[in-house]
Design a binder for this molecule. Structure first.
Ligand code: SAM
Length: 337
């Protein structure tokens, strides 16, 4: 525990992993209602007084980068693009030194309008969530008729230089699990890098079941009906996606087997929720409250120390396969995906 006392030590956990990749949720609200994430009527949103202000977010980012060794910042939510002040938060993050890599995970709605400003502010990359390129399937999954907005948002991101544009897709049995090759062909045609993510037990409705989940093996088998996939020669490192060359390359596809092929041993992530709680794992059941510390006058050194303590207790693995596994109390939209 010696390590916790040093004012300059990084975000270490007791298994020797170091947190360098910070996911920052900027809001728990979203303008889509993806069935595997949120109920049609939405959720009880966080009271706005509990949501960190822009200045509070930037202060925590400054501590993370300058004192805790965070190198990558990914904004998420909820839907981060609906946060007023988002472009300014990006610009202020880009002024931190050492300058972190800055990315956003978004559903792509509204990206058409803001992509140039975000690129100018210093955003490096976007991951856009898109589970289908069929308008009717999009409407069924997201409960909104907005496929066109997302498609235009993707094109605008690429045109603004936010490349390579990455796409995250979740396959749902009976909805889009027959569309994996079609989605990959669409992405390859446009130069977008597609990654499929196994559905995780993080929905507000607790509707996830292991049997209904489309596994990484199934995803790969479906893709191999149409494409030749070979393991990518690059080192995977801490990347969650297993990457494959498609038809010998240069196009690629990734599969993130969060449930059946967990990568916790190499995890370098830590999460900050929109209401200022640190989570050392997506599936953590405890959070550490930095907002109260911030608002009661704690100085940067004390906040950094609280953050290190929160990280130290990170579990070895998420344990989804363990019979004692309990879904976290907060859904994905509130934790930050
Ligand atoms: N609104 C943004 C977006 O759509 O990308 C950011 C937040 S969203 C929660 C982040 C990612 O989490 C999306 O790619 C979404 O598909 C994914 N997601 C949501 N619920 C999930 C679940 N239960 N299992 C796996 N991925 C999930």
């Amino acid at each position: 525990m010696q390590v916790l006392a040093s004012p300059t030590s990084p975000l270490l956990d007791s298994f020797g992993r170091v947190g360098t990749d910070l996911r920052v949720s900027l809001t728990d609200r979203c303008n889509l209602r993806c069935s595997y994430c949120m109920p049609a009527e939405g959720l009880d949103w966080l009271p706005s007084a509990e949501v960190l202000t822009d200045d509070e977010v930037v202060r925590l980012l400054t501590i993370a980068v300058e004192q805790l060794g965070v190198q990558q910042v990914r904004f998420t939510g909820g839907e981060p693009l609906i946060r007023r002040g988002f472009t300014d938060i990006v610009a202020r993050t880009a002024r931190l030194r050492p300058r972190p890599h800055i990315a956003v995970t978004t559903n792509g709605m509204g990206l058409e309008r803001v992509a140039p400003a975000l690129a100018a502010a210093g955003l490096d990359r976007v991951n856009v969530s898109l589970d289908t390129v069929r308008a009717d399937t999009f409407r069924t999954i997201t409960r909104r008729d907005r496929l066109g907005d997302v498609v235009r948002g993707l094109a605008a991101a690429a045109a603004a230089g936010l490349a390579p544009v990455k796409i995250n897709a979740v396959l749902l049995r009976g909805h889009n699990d027959d569309q994996a090759p079609e989605l990959l062909a669409w992405c390859l045609d446009r130069g977008y890098e597609l990654r499929f993510i196994e559905q995780m037990p993080l929905d507000a409705q607790h509707g996830w079941s292991r049997e209904a989940m489309v596994t990484a093996d199934e995803i790969l088998a479906a893709l191999r009906t149409t494409f030749d996939l070979t393991p990518h020669p690059d080192e995977r490192g801490s990347a969650p996606a297993e990457l494959f060359l498609v038809n010998g390359g240069p196009g690629t596809v990734g599969v993130i087997g969060s449930v059946t092929r967990p990568f916790c041993g190499a995890c370098d992530r830590v999460r900050l929720t929109a209401d200022g709680q640190i989570r050392n794992c997506l599936f953590a059941r405890e959070e550490s409250d930095l907002r109260t510390a911030l608002r009661s006058g704690a100085d940067d050194t004390e906040i950094a120390e609280r953050w290190r303590r929160a990280m130290w207790t990170k579990r070895a693995g998420h344990g989804i396969d363990d019979p004692t596994f309990l879904q976290p109390a907060r859904p994905m939209s509130a934790i930050g995906g």
